[in-house]
Design a protein. Structure first.
Length: 511
């Protein structure tokens, strides 16, 4: 589907310089929205907002539906009257990278305390309206919220072990055991629900603030889900599992130029035949949830909707995998039927076949182009602006790339540097802003820049190194760097490349 010509910035919520040691939905998020508006940016792209599991990766989520509690602003909860301001004093500050273990250890008990206070004080005048919204929220989200609350509470109760290691009655979801849990630990389950309600309240408020400034959110949906997740624990029938609940086959990508053994991601695979028989009900619910959170949705690993690499679960590498066809066309047809034509962006990076292109084109989805990929050889020129189509989303880099400065200094080859100089003539100002201008002046409907590139930061600001299992996702934007002059510089480029928002009445006057 066609998109309004616009540009925006990629910045995950955790990367904001918020109080408490991790970016959240509090004041720093609103300050960043003001910067976007001043810079005439109309899009804010975030990574998945889900609670994270192994490695703190937003792509290794504990739920495809829930919000990450660590994104909650304690400052906002204090404003609501859920927790006293002195209880949140002394937390880590607004600067420096995230120390996830420390943040979780300090923040989660305070969030649980605030949620418990809300449960006990909800009859107070200032909280009655929120209580009515909480009850409505629980009814609206009952299809996933109750199971997530059970999963989250049990996971903590059993020392954060994977659900298949819990006592058998819980791993297999024995109805009597779950009923007994609800009777004995009803308040603990309610606290999990309240925390999710608070997440939605804070996210909705930020989204409304952005909408008033003509800023839309791009969210992210990973195609696969974690084995250790509320989704697999709750919906074992739609995943390819053995009788002992272990995966039969898992996800990944085949060996290639970069890895002789491929990548074994380890996510359980879907039983697509079961899903299709049921009208893809779980996927309809999942995308409905995403549509309630975002204005546009990026579909990660889009090629997996056409065919996915299936690896025997007992294998340590991806070498012995095989391509298996997926019912992508049937799925997207069903989503359009159930939810209307949805604004998807297809993440079609890597080795893409004609069949994958055909699936994307069948549903008129824009693909992605990353400028850093465009300079290595003639085959890479598909990523350069002279090869773009209008229905395209272009990035200088993504969360998986080094920053543009870091790439240029540490990763770009002599061939790439020579090609970039011939293509862009960067001069004394360096390569970052010439690449930003190349994206902005292209015919692509949407261009997006990681904030690290806008700030011209080096490899120290990289968000993720895909081959590294630790020390990712921790970068935070330094305080005080989003200066008015920087917003003005970006705004001037946005106006001259026709990516700024023009109200309808002004368009009519121009016409």
């Amino acid at each position: 589907m066609s998109f309004e010509r616009s540009s925006g910035i990629l910045l995950h919520i955790t990367s904001l310089p918020s109080y408490g040691g991790i970016g959240d939905l509090g004041p720093a998020a609103y300050e960043f929205a003001d910067f976007l508006a001043a810079a005439k940016q109309r899009l804010w792209q975030v990574l998945p907002l889900s609670p994270t599991g192994y490695g703190n990766s937003p792509y290794a989520a504990l739920s495809a539906f829930a919000g990450n509690p660590l994104l909650l602003s304690l400052e906002k909860l204090a404003e609501w009257g859920w927790i006293d301001a002195d209880r949140i004093a002394g937390l880590p500050g607004r600067s420096g990278n995230i120390h996830f273990d420390e943040v979780e250890k300090q923040k989660m008990p305070l969030l649980e305390e605030a949620a418990r206070n809300f449960l006990h004080r909800h009859n107070e005048a200032q909280l009655t309206a929120q209580w009515a919204r909480f009850e409505a929220y629980c009814r609206t989200n009952a299809s996933w919220l109750n199971d997530y609350a059970h999963y989250s509470m049990l996971r903590e109760r059993f020392n954060f072990a994977c659900w298949n290691e819990w006592p058998k009655e819980y791993a297999y979801r024995d109805p009597e055991a779950l009923s007994r849990l609800e009777k004995e630990h009803g308040e603990d389950l309610a606290i999990e629900q309240v925390i999710q309600f608070a997440f939605d309240e804070q996210w909705s408020a930020l989204r409304q603030y952005c909408a008033e400034r003509e800023i839309r959110f791009i969210g992210d949906v990973a195609i696969f889900v974690n084995y250790d997740s509320a989704d697999v624990w709750t919906h074992r029938d739609i995943f390819d599992l053995n009788e002992d609940l272990s995966p039969v086959r898992v996800s990944g990508v085949p060996p290639d130029y970069f890895s002789a053994t491929g990548q074994r991601w380890g996510n359980p695979l879907y039983r697509w035949d079961v899903l299709e028989e049921r009208g893809f009900d779980w996927w309809v619910d999942r995308i409905r949830r995403a549509h309630s959170l975002y204005d546009l949705t990026r579909l990660d690993h889009f090629r997996g909707f056409e065919a996915y690499w299936s690896i025997p679960a007992e294998d340590d590498t991806a070498v012995n995998g095989e391509w298996v066809k997926a019912p992508g066309a049937a799925l997207f047809s069903r989503l359009n039927e159930a939810l209307g034509k949805l604004p998807f962006i297809a993440e079609d990076l890597g080795l893409i076949t004609p069949e994958v292109d055909a699936l994307r084109e069948q549903f008129d989805l824009p693909g992605m182009r990353v400028l850093q990929f465009g300079f290595s050889n003639r085959g890479a020129h598909n990523y350069l602006p002279h090869r773009y189509e209008k229905n395209t989303v272009v990035y200088t880099g993504t969360h998986d790339n080094d920053t543009t400065c870091g790439w240029w200094e540490n990763g770009a080859t002599k061939v790439e540097k020579s090609a970039l100089k011939a293509y862009l003539h960067p001069g004394r100002e360096g390569v970052v802003w010439p690449l930003i201008r190349a994206a902005s002046t292209s015919v692509a409907d949407i261009c997006l820049f990681p904030l690290q590139d806008i700030l011209e930061l080096g490899s120290e600001a990289r968000m993720n190194v895909p081959s590294r299992s630790r020390d990712n996702w921790g970068w935070r934007c330094p305080e005080g760097v989003l200066a008015p002059k920087l917003a003005e510089k970006l705004a001037e480029l946005t106006v001259v490349t026709d990516r700024d928002f023009v109200p309808k009445d002004e368009k009519a006057a121009d016409g």
